[in-house]
Design a protein around this ligand. Structure first.
Ligand SMILES: [Zn+2]
Length: 503
């Protein structure tokens, strides 16, 4: 028989501390494909996520079905919507996407299964668990539909997700490099389930634990032994999938915390034993807290004293409180203000977002002297406006960042972008005619990826704390239902895990 399997994506990582709502326009600007176009993009020659990833979850999923279900699977492409990280998704946008998904599934009947790529750390204005809500709604509307879902490693696993997904797999790398591999695994397991070859049996645990991102790189201590353990255990043919979810720390779910998820082939006892063992291993790293980042003044002092390193390359500063990839708005001005004063004499390249200023300066001439008030417009609770004056150095239209106006403020070259300045690659500056070899300091708004991309130029990396939506200590402003490490002293994870899973 031929299986009819639908594919779809609704994906966004929410920073609950940001007040910049995510709407339909944000998805459409980042990634929105449907129908035959989507089918082509997840096929062998397609580009699934334009400008970012050739293959992600859905193309991995499609590849598994080609490999194991050749000639007996018909893929039904619905739609794929992915927005970059920012504040919560608006209620109306989420409602429109989920209603559309239900309508399209209804119209595509008969269907055997759905593969749904999700993030797991999305928040909607009025719902901290929209992925769980969606899966529950899908199961109640289509009780016979088999559902496979993929989640980001930073997903927040909830009872509604575990209970309503037949197959659930999370990324196993951080920084993430296995989107397609995760989709492939979900596809292979879904086909096994449809064929009756496997009987997915799940055990999971929810830990009262939240850690900062800087110490959760999959190939480095203190967590690499967790990932090595998972790979080793998955070699056992009785084990179908193991995932570890480390959550996005700025998520509004009241029971936020790490989780482990184990799937075996019909072996409940083994699934539970492995879930307990992995939970215990994960709990064991709780004492490793992320390093405390220095303030802007101290960061500039360190850059200034690294004279030799600046001569043979540049100092790269991560504005760790305004990391766009983790949902901040990218319009924090504190580091700029400090560079203009304390950083005098150091040539610094700095990105920031201000669509209003770009619009106002776009019609002015290059070389003209202008005044502008930059920043603090989208998320004023974290960001303060700053008055600057200088010459327009360049005006450039780009796909990824919208229009960019570079202002020459003396030592500081301020790159004002129309869209979110997700600056993690040196090409951002190169394309604006700013050579990294001429800079003493280059600023980016990234936690990890910049370490890799800037490596050819960076002689020193400094994480700077400027107060914003991606400060780890801002976590304490979120409302937690249970005591959670490290905000509270918790000696044993088991009791809270039991409450969370109703076990
Ligand atoms: Zn992630």
């Amino acid at each position: 028989m031929t299986y009819r399997i639908a594919v779809a994506r609704i994906q966004q990582e929410t920073n609950a501390l940001s007040r910049v709502l995510t709407t339909d326009a944000d998805f459409r600007r980042t990634h929105f494909y449907e129908g035959e176009d989507l089918l082509g993009r997840i096929g062998p020659d397609g580009q699934e996520v334009e400008g970012f990833l050739k293959n992600a979850e859905l193309s991995g999923f499609a590849r598994a079905l080609r490999k194991y279900g050749a000639g007996r699977v018909e893929l039904i492409p619905l739609f794929s919507a992915w927005a970059i990280s920012a504040g919560p998704v608006s209620t109306s946008t989420f409602r429109a996407y989920t209603d559309r998904l239900i309508d399209e599934l209804r119209a595509a009947q008969p269907l055997h299964a759905l593969c749904l790529a999700q993030h797991g750390s999305m928040n909607v204005e009025d719902d901290p668990d929209p992925e769980g809500t969606l899966l529950r709604r899908l199961k109640s509307e289509f009780p016979d539909l088999r559902i496979a879902t993929t989640l980001d490693l930073h997903g927040m696993l909830t009872p509604a997700m575990v209970e309503n997904a037949d197959i659930l797999c999370g990324y196993r790398t951080n920084p993430h490099r296995d989107h397609a591999k995760t989709g492939f695994k979900a596809g292979r397991l879904l086909l096994g389930l449809l064929d009756g070859d496997v009987r997915p049996t799940t055990a999971w645990r929810s830990l009262p634990l939240v850690l900062g991102g800087g110490i959760t790189i999959d190939f480095l201590p203190p967590v690499f032994h967790l990932f090595a353990w998972m790979s080793r255990k998955e070699r056992d043919p009785r084990v179908l999938s193991i995932s570890l979810f480390m959550v996005h720390p700025f998520n509004a779910h009241p029971r936020l915390g790490w989780a482990v998820h184990v799937v075996t082939n019909g072996n409940d006892k083994l699934a539970n034993a492995l879930a307990d063992e992995l939970a215990e291993l994960a709990w064991g790293v709780r004492h490793k807290q992320p390093p405390v980042f220095v303030g802007a003044t101290e960061a500039i002092d360190r850059a200034r004293s690294a004279r030799l390193r600046r001569m043979v390359g540049t100092v790269v500063m991560s504005d760790a409180s305004d990391v766009v990839g983790a949902g901040a708005s990218g319009e924090n001005t504190r580091l700029i203000q400090e560079l203009l004063g304390h950083g005098r004499g150091l040539i610094s390249y700095v990105p920031m977002r201000d669509a209003v200023v770009v619009e106002a300066l776009w019609s002015r001439r290059v070389g003209e002297t202008v005044h502008a008030t930059v920043g603090g417009k989208l998320d004023p609770q974290w960001n303060e406006p700053l008055d600057v004056h200088g010459k327009i150095l360049s005006q450039t239209g780009t796909e990824a960042f919208g229009r960019i106006v570079v202002l020459d403020l003396g030592y500081v070259k301020l790159c004002v972008t129309e869209a979110a300045p997700l600056v993690m690659q040196p090409s951002f500056y190169r394309n604006l005619g700013l050579s990294l070899w001429d800079a003493d300091i280059a600023v980016c708004k990234s936690f990890f990826p910049f370490l890799l991309y800037f490596a050819p130029y960076a002689r020193k990396n400094i994480f700077v704390k400027t107060r914003g939506a991606t400060d780890f200590d801002a976590l304490s402003t979120l409302a937690f239902q249970d005591p959670v490490w490290p905000l509270s002293q918790v000696d044993d994870w088991r009791e809270i895990d039991g409450l969370r899973r109703n076990a």
